[in-house]
Design a protein around this ligand. Structure first.
Ligand code: ADP
Length: 176
């Protein structure tokens, strides 16, 4: 399980994986942060396609092609906006990860890269978000053998350090 999880510091648009995950907004029409970077790197055909998808509710995921990206697919998911923790934010964020894994297995792919969903403009506390991301990943890997590599692409050293520490915590709490 552990050997399938990779934590790297870098830019998700450069990842050579089958699919990258986009932390999108409900419109799927592009935005700032990682969403803007993905649209810029993929080129205008990405927006042409996402316009046809009819948006995406928070916690769900939608698939498009990757166009000029090294990744063949983009899985767009919409994380919750942090509102203090009593608005189902944790469950909605967990549901983003679960729905991305479901989309990945439906596509039949082997490798996927995630950004740290909701922890930029949407304000979700980083450590709590990392715990949810890595717990959902560990749970998925316990029952599913389809994915060979799951990469967490951390934009900056702070995110990278938090993900590494959290992975140790999650693995020891699972007894692996
Ligand atoms: P959200 O609206 O879901 O909070 P953001 O894009 O604002 O999404 O931030 C999510 C995370 O993505 C943050 O940690 C941010 O620093 C990071 N990020 C921004 N650009 C990139 C990129 N090119 N590759 C990977 N992560 C990125």
């Amino acid at each position: 399980m552990r050997e399938k999880i990779e934590i790297v510091q870098g830019d998700i648009t450069k990842q050579k994986v089958d699919a990258i995950v986009n932390a999108a907004n409900n419109s799927l029409l592009g935005g700032g942060g990682v969403d803007g970077a993905i649209h810029r790197a993929a080129g205008p055909d990405l927006l042409r396609e996402t316009r046809t998808l009819g948006g995406c509710p928070t916690g769900e995921a939608r698939v498009s092609k990757g166009y000029r990206l090294p990744a063949k697919w983009v899985i767009h998911t919409v994380g919750p906006i942090w509102q203090g923790g009593n608005s189902n934010e944790e469950e909605l964020l967990a549901s983003c990860y679960r729905n991305c894994f479901k989309a990945a297995t439906d596509l039949g792919i082997k490798t996927i890269a995630f950004p740290s969903i909701s922890t930029g403009a949407y304000g979700f506390p980083l450590k709590r978000a990392a715990k949810i991301a890595l717990r959902e990943t560990a749970t998925f890997l316990e029952t599913n053998q389809d994915l060979e590599k799951i990469v967490f692409v951390c934009f900056g050293k702070e995110v990278f350090d938090v993900y590494n520490q959290t992975l140790e915590d999650v693995i020891s709490s699972l007894g692996h």
